[in-house]
Write a protein that binds this ligand. Sequence first.
Ligand SMILES: C[S@@+](CC[C@H](N)C(=O)[O-])C[C@H]1O[C@@H](n2cnc3c(N)ncnc32)[C@H](O)[C@@H]1O
Length: 278
Amino acid sequence: MINVTEPEYELLKQFIEKHCGIVLEKGKEYLIETRLSELAKEVGALSFQDFHFKAKKDQTGHLRDRIIDAMTTNETSWFRDASIWEYIQKNAIPCLIDRMIKGNKVRVWSAAASTGQEAYSLAILFYEALNNRGLLNLLSRIEILGTDISSSAITTARSGQYDTIAVQRGLPQDKKERYFLQNGNQWTLQPDIKKMVSFKEFNLQNTFMGLGQFDLILCRYVTIYFSEPFKRELFAKFSRSLKHSNDMLLLGATESLRGFSDNFEIEYYHNAMINLKR
Ligand SMILES: C[S@@+](CC[C@H](N)C(=O)[O-])C[C@H]1O[C@@H](n2cnc3c(N)ncnc32)[C@H](O)[C@@H]1O
């Protein structure tokens, strides 16, 4: 492992915040050392100063992307946090299905989708709700988009294939049996669910203009890593990306937009915060 000095830590910390918004706090030097040492060695860097120089000089952006990939935490699971998913199932989805019945297209965005479990959890609930009401003919009116800055996470998400450990995290047994095909240690999502979701590499620092408008946005467990000014900017962009007033932005259970945005009305469902566009 290569040791990081204080000035080198500062250089890499600034580089990472500039390119993905993640703020490394003091005392996180070990993250640089454990996550970037191998990559530094691979590109022939003898120190982290040298590594930073190589990353800055790299015109292709390839090394930058690999650094971001290594520094992002892709921790995720199926139906993460029971109350929010109960809310989505009981309140959000029926309301969005009404829009579909009226002939509208419904667009949902999982904005830090990681390896896809959140976006596919949404797809499973939409599929079940439509199936239960005999409305599977409306499937073409729902579009679920999953985006993430991490290219390796997006590759896994697109594959719709998970190992036994990943498929067990949060996925109820009946859904696992119903929506996955097992082949040894690999579980492949059923095509009917997989085709409801598309994935795209996307940095939340970028403009949202090209993405269009959404009826529901989930941005969970990523703003915890961002600076206060970035959170303000991000919540303003999410508000502009929601189609109607009362459309929802759902954050992780440890995240809040209180103090960072006046664009949302906050309601509670059990312990889950529901942010409704004003
Ligand atoms: C902890 S995971 C959360 C996954 C999922 N939303 C959940 O709650 O289970 C955070 C994700 O945010 C992504 N991320 C970090 N910075 C980002 C940025 N600037 N733009 C887009 N995605 C980012 C990471 O790559 C990672 O996959």
